[in-house]
Ligand binder design. Structure first.
Ligand SMILES: [Fe+2]
Length: 138
């Protein structure tokens, strides 16, 4: 159930790549906890760690967007907020859980967060940024 790092996710920004790899490791830790039948509290605290790291990573990305006048910055920011909000609800729900953990639902959310967001939202932005760097605009 682990998500493997894909070469096509590599950008021109070493810090972004390092943070994406670290976030992926975090996501895989959560998937492992889900598979191992870990307690809801353990899963929740791992999701909270992902939220904290993502929050700072998203701020860095958004800073790059505003510095480079990226036209989809507002849409991208909203998507970051949606992901953080959904993860916060998930982490909170695990602390008051009454019944089984939705392993499949949490796993699907994490996968769509990671692969979906990088491929749909991040890569177009980093392509735009590379293009601007090449043209000397940024
Ligand atoms: Fe992003």
């Amino acid at each position: 159930m682990a998500i493997e790092w894909q070469e096509e996710w590599v950008t021109d920004d070493d810090r972004i790549d390092a943070e994406h790899i670290e976030l992926l490791s975090n996501v895989n830790d959560i998937l492992n906890l889900l598979n191992a039948g870990a307690s809801p509290i353990a899963i929740s605290s791992s999701i909270q760690m992902l939220i904290r790291k993502s929050d700072s990573h998203f701020s860095y990305e958004e800073d790059l967007m505003s510095k480079s006048d990226y036209s989809d910055a507002a849409i991208h920011h909203d998507e970051h907020q949606r992901l953080l909000c959904a993860a916060n609800i998930m982490a909170s729900d695990l602390l008051i859980i009454d019944g089984g953990i939705d392993i499949v639902g949490i796993g699907k959310f994490l996968e769509s967060w990671f692969t979906g967001h990088i491929e749909r939202d991040d890569l177009p932005f980093f392509d735009y940024l590379s293009d601007h760097k090449t043209k000397g605009i940024y």
